[in-house]
Design a protein around this ligand. Structure first.
Ligand code: ARG
Ligand code: ZN
Length: 876
């Protein structure tokens, strides 16, 4: 009873709609089970469409109550209406008004797409295709309309009524307990940016005056009583607005900008015009409940959604294949913002860690796809690390290739040439081509080719000629020998035994060498001694680099490179080599571990007090997932885990004394008030990284320090870090502290998510049983996406040894959850299922077990399109 394969939608089949919708007038009467929508659509034939075509509107689980054309009811034979569509067989060949009445049940909407209720608050999610769950519509991003929305609700149930655009009117509905608000959005927009909110909400606000002199009322709406926790997000909105004016020349364009936090949300947040709706995890913050990482995420996601106002809303996407046009670009913009707000080098390392943890595996497995996919069965499965993170890297490479000032000019041109339209990747590149006079057709290949390129580099020093030759060759796994090469910016330099060399070369512009052939190279003159090449500085391209360097050469980079990213990278590479060899040999002694530990010790002495955030990153070894990705085949997660642990033990033993002392020196002075800024967060990050390593060297001492820290912590960052360290030390103390933590935060679901996550990641055989118990915990719920992600999502992504248990129990747990969840919320189920993406790279026993679990899902009946798509592609 296998579910049928869903139809495929192809980029090459794109054609404009036969009809346009100029205005949408909506009247929404909110009701728990029977919300009613009246939509008046001003439709006209598209001059670019087929002249005599039926009008086919999208729908999804809709009930049509009535239908009129220019005010007149339509005879039954003139149209066909089903829950999933409405067809007018012979619409007039002139502009006309269609009045549709539909009814939906927001309480029964467990997919969290369209109109639903989250903890009593009515809200909407329309991207990618949720608007068709509100009314029948041409639900595609190239249909831009001006919306006027009247929202009506019980005043008691929903005293706050918010919509897109500017507020124009509010009032009572005479003779009832109901009230209404009318919102008007002057900017034409696609339906996926539509939103309303109705509920009992508290709020914080302030005013922001734009560079154009517009006074904007900013508001952040949250659960009543949590207003103080919204202040940081509100401040981040104002900082985002100021930054986008300064760095990209983009000013805001409405009188109000609202952010609403809801607790049931499928993803991070949504950029609806003037009314961003957020997962409350990315809004609410207080020192007692949010970690430094939470603060950084809030700042980044607030910025991301705000920046969409230009990159996404004013210039939107022609079709969903162009998703990277708004997402990759907007991720690039939010990364730049966070880099300016915090430490650029530290932020860059974080970006690369995310890319390697999420995008590299995706690109190496069966779910790999181009940044601009050529086809899809379910678009909601393409909100991926590839579209977002690799998409951002492409924009960053473009900037490196053409230079900062040409990049800014090209961005200005992109916004002005495409303002108010639905654009394509070609339109984006054209703006830069026009501005620079360069042909970017070759560069555009980055959008079309899946797979992480491999760059093989070799260096040859000629002692007689005093020259140094670098040869650089690119290949793409899976691509044929005749596959066109990519245009790759290689930021590089040379480092001598005593420090960086000041080298010039005609092929280097601002330190960037452009590799646009399969193989190329350059020779440096007047090099006195054999240098070490520092390649892909600041991670100038999303590639894997292969170069035969000794540990000693790499550690020269750690000591002397001017590029902070490569200082970090060189230590990571040494660690990777050691762990990979240790996992292969299984041997107790790790060749080179002592050398790495010595180098890290020297680094800590030199840098830990100066730049603790950077030093904390230096202490973090490559994750088990990253090691697995480098090995690539026949993976044994237990062997990786144990080799990595042996290396950590060696480093911890060597560093222990200085970690104890630096940790003390970085302690907050008693009575210091909390600040989430990057410098304070960096000190906490180093202290907690140190704690973790101290506990590796000496679990007993580590447990004592962790318990002290939990007891005295004044921030969630420190309390949670203490608990995380303790969670890796089996024993009664761990269980007691876990229980105490839960008791302290019974009323704080977002804090309990962290508690679920810590336990889901414990690399012990008992974790499966523990998760079973936690699933029955009163705070756990299969209906809340944050809870599911914290427990089952974290287990599948952050606990490689237990998810990949040779007995298959980890796969079975995740597979069961996917099937149970699919009935309620297919998007979350499908996302969870992507954890199986690297199954083919496992050693045979686990591979068979993982494949069995996947086939069990694929063979089940009644599956959603979302899950069928992921299961099918994973097995293909
Ligand atoms: N556009 C949102 C963002 O800012 C994400 C929407 C995701 N939608 C979905 N159906 N998965 O990135
Ligand atoms: Zn986005």
């Amino acid at each position: 009873m296998r579910t049928e394969t869903p139809p495929t939608i192809r980029l090459q089949d794109y054609r404009p709609s036969d009809h346009l919708i100029d205005t949408v007038d909506l009247d929404i009467r909110l009701d728990r089970q029977a919300s009613r929508m009246t939509a008046v659509l001003a439709v006209r034939p598209n001059p670019a469409g087929v002249p005599i075509a039926p009008l086919v509107l999208d729908g999804d689980e809709l009930t049509l109550l009535s239908l009129r054309l220019d005010g007149e009811p339509l005879p039954a034979e003139a149209y066909t209406a089903t829950p999933s569509g409405l067809t007018l067989h012979a619409p007039p060949q002139r502009p006309f008004r269609l009045t549709l009445e539909t009814q939906v049940d927001p309480t029964a909407n467990t997919k969290l797409m369209g109109l639903y209720r989250s903890s009593g608050v009515y809200c909407t999610q329309c991207e990618a295709d949720g608007f068709r769950r509100i009314t029948y519509f041409l639900d595609r991003p190239d249909i831009l309309s001006v919306y006027t929305t009247r929202i009506e609700a019980s005043r008691d149930e929903a005293p706050v009524l918010l919509g897109n655009g500017n507020p124009v009117e509010t009032g009572e509905v005479p003779g009832t307990d109901r009230h209404y608000a009318i919102w008007q959005d002057p900017h034409p927009k696609p339906a996926y940016l539509f939103a309303i909110v109705g509920g009992r909400l508290g709020h914080v606000g302030r005013s922001f005056t734009t560079s154009e002199g517009r006074a904007v009322a900013l508001g952040v709406y949250v659960e009543p009583g949590k207003e103080a926790r919204a202040e940081y997000a509100l401040d981040a909105v104002a900082r985002s607005m100021a930054w986008d004016e300064l760095v990209f020349g983009r000013a805001y364009d409405l009188d109000v900008f609202n952010v609403v936090a809801v607790s049931d949300f499928n993803m991070g947040a949504m950029e609806n015009k003037g009314l961003n709706i957020f997962n409350d995890k990315y809004v609410l913050a207080s020192p007692e409940t949010a970690t430094d990482a939470d603060y950084a995420n809030i700042e980044a996601i607030i910025a991301h959604e705000y920046f969409h106002n230009w990159s996404g809303n004013r210039v939107t996407c022609r079709d969903w294949f162009q998703l990277c046009l708004k997402e990759g670009l907007t991720v690039f913009r939010d990364q730049e913002f966070s880099s300016d707000m915090r430490s650029r080098a530290v932020h860059r390392i974080g970006e690369v860690r995310t890319l390697r943890a999420r995008q590299f595996p995706e690109d190496a497995g069966p779910l790999a796809h181009p940044v601009r996919p050529k086809q899809y069965a379910e678009i909601n499965n393409f909100y991926t690390a590839t579209v977002y993170e690799k998409g951002a890297e492409i924009v960053r490479m473009l900037k490196a290739l053409i230079g900062d000032s040409a990049f800014r000019k090209g961005m200005d041109r992109y916004f002005s040439d495409n303002d108010g339209t639905a654009a394509t990747v070609e339109d984006f590149l054209q703006a830069f081509a026009t501005e620079t006079g360069r042909d970017l057709a070759h560069f555009a290949q980055w959008y079309e080719r899946p797979g992480t390129p491999r760059i093989a580099v070799s260096g040859h020093y000629d002692a007689t000629a005093k020259t140094y030759r670098l040869n650089i060759r690119q290949t793409r796994p899976g691509a044929g020998a005749d596959a066109p090469p990519l245009v790759i910016p290689v930021a590089l330099g040379l480092v001598g035994p005593d420090g960086p060399l000041d080298v010039t070369h005609e092929r280097l512009r601002d330190g960037v060498f452009v590799l646009d052939e399969a193989e190329d190279g350059l020779t440096f003159e007047n090099i006195a001694a054999p240098p070490v090449p520092s390649l892909f500085r600041d991670f100038s391209a999303p590639v894997r680099v292969e170069i035969a360097l000794s540990d000693a050469e790499r550690l020269t980079l750690l000591r002397h490179d001017t590029d902070a990213f490569n200082r970090w990278e060189s230590a990571q590479r040494v660690a990777l080599r050691i762990v990979i060899e240790g996992a292969r040999s299984g041997s107790e002694t790790l060749d080179g571990a002592a050398g790495l530990a010595d180098a890290l010790a020297a680094f800590v002495d030199q840098e830990a007090l100066r730049d603790p955030a950077f030093a904390a990153l230096m202490l973090a070894l490559p994750s088990e997932g990253e090691v697995a990705g480098e090995i690539g085949a026949n993976i044994d997660p237990d062997a990786i885990f144990s080799a990595r642990r042996r290396l950590r033990q060696g480093i911890a033993a060597r560093l222990r004394d200085r970690l104890v002392s630096v940790r003390d020196r970085l302690a907050e002075p008693a009575g210091a008030s909390f600040s989430p800024d990057a410098a304070s967060a960096g000190r906490r990050a180093f202290r907690n990284a140190a704690l973790d390593l101290i506990a590796v060297a000496d679990p007993e001492h580590g447990a004592t320090l962790a318990r002290e820290q939990i007891a005295s912590a004044t921030t969630m960052t420190d309390r949670l870090a203490g608990l995380a360290t303790l969670s890796l030390i089996p024993g009664e103390a761990r269980e007691a502290e876990l229980a105490a933590f839960a008791a302290l935060y019974t009323a704080e679901p977002l804090v309990l998510d962290k508690w679920f996550a810590i336990q889901a990641a414990i690399p012990e055989d008992d974790t499966i049983a523990r998760i079973g118990r936690l699933q029955r915990h009163p705070a756990f719920s299969m209906t809340n996406p944050n809870r599911v992600r914290s427990l089952i999502g974290v287990f599948s992504l952050a606990n490689p040894t237990q998810f990949n248990r040779p007995d298959g129990a980890g796969y079975a747990l995740v597979a069961e959850t996917v099937l149970a969840l699919d009935k309620r919320n297919p998007q979350i189920a499908a996302r969870l299922l992507t954890a199986f993406g690297s199954w083919r790279q496992l050693e045979p026993v686990r591979r068979v077990a993982a494949e069995g679990a996947l086939r069990g899902i694929a063979g089940a009946g009644g599956l959603s399109r979302d899950v069928v798509d992921i299961a099918g592609r994973s097995l293909a």
